[in-house]
Design a protein around this ligand. Structure first.
Ligand code: ZN
Length: 298
């Protein structure tokens, strides 16, 4: 949270009122009052939005330490947090199509995982950005996604849109949720026009149906909580959605990426909390081993 920004705004408002007082008569001030009030309302909304965007950007920035515009999968070295709360508010549906043609999961016929969701679209149908974000990749992969786009979002997710007939955005472009980013198609390894849509957290594919409800054109909740459970060689991801009333104030989490030479007490000191609090937030005890790049909640 950037307090100096708020301070600047607050100081600005104070100066504005103070100068109004000293330079003008009572009537003028009275006339200005509603405008002044209006400005304050607008500014408090602006400040709130700014704080939220700052917090969200910080989350994504703390999760990802690379910005690779040519390689889709580039997060092998990054530790995935045990759980991560993803803010789904402000979403847009990538397509108005409600027709799912293939789900996420293992495909016995091809002996491989299908790490996305296929949604029926026709060539030329508009495809939209699912959240605000920044376009990381715009490429053509003849044996795979065809024409595809990868967007990184401040909520920590990356979304992938495959088999497009046309891309309408370019790398490093900022987009809003609902910005048209491409046109549906049948490029790459695709049999019949459709949208291949993926939702990933630090490269780990999450079933998009846990997040998006295409038949009802909605998200599954205001938040999606990602959980990682390591189970021998198989990694399972279970989901729990918390439906929290819109605009309700929620507990915000912050994340700290472990650096070389850190231990629980040096981290706790840096974050201004006790070792006990740090352990409790991460299901650790005093003797737990932590690794560089591991992500801790606080
Ligand atoms: Zn697919």
């Amino acid at each position: 949270m950037n307090f100096s920004f708020i301070k600047t705004i607050a100081t600005g408002l104070f100066c504005f009122s103070a100068s109004a007082f000293s330079c003008h008569g009572q009537d003028l001030i009275a006339n200005q009052a509603p405008i002044d009030k209006h400005i304050k309302v607008v500014d408090s909304v602006t400040i709130q939005r700014y704080i939220e965007s700052k917090e969200m950007n910080t989350y994504a920035a703390e999760l990802y330490d690379t910005w690779n515009t040519s390689k889709t999968h580039c997060y092998n070295s990054i530790e995935i947090p045990d759980s991560f709360k993803i803010d789904l508010r402000g979403f847009a549906m990538p397509t108005p199509s409600r027709n799912i043609t293939s789900t996420f999961g293992y495909r016995p016929a091809f002996r491989r995982m299908h790490k996305g969701l296929d949604i029926k679209v026709y060539t030329g149908d508009t495809i939209y950005a699912a959240f605000d974000g920044k376009v990381r990749i715009v490429r053509y992969e003849p044996q795979g996604f065809g024409n595809y786009i990868v967007i990184r979002h401040p909520n920590g997710l990356e979304t992938i849109y495959g088999h497009l007939s046309k891309q309408l955005v370019s790398t490093d472009q900022n987009v809003k949720a609902g910005t048209p980013i491409g046109l549906g198609g049948n490029t790459g390894r695709s049999f019949g026009s459709h949208l291949h849509f993926e939702t990933r957290l630090l490269g780990e594919a999450i079933d998009p149906q846990l997040i998006f409800d295409f038949p009802n054109q909605d998200v599954t909740g205001d938040y999606y909580v990602f959980h990682k459970q390591n189970n021998n060689q198989t990694t399972h991801y279970t989901a729990s959605n918390t439906n929290i009333k819109k605009n309700a104030r929620t507990t915000s989490h912050h994340f700290y990426k472990v650096k070389r030479g850190d231990n629980l007490s040096t981290i706790a000191r840096k974050l201004g909390i006790s070792v006990k609090q740090l352990c409790a937030a991460n299901n650790l005890n005093n003797n737990s081993k932590i690794r560089p790049k591991q992500i801790l909640k606080y």
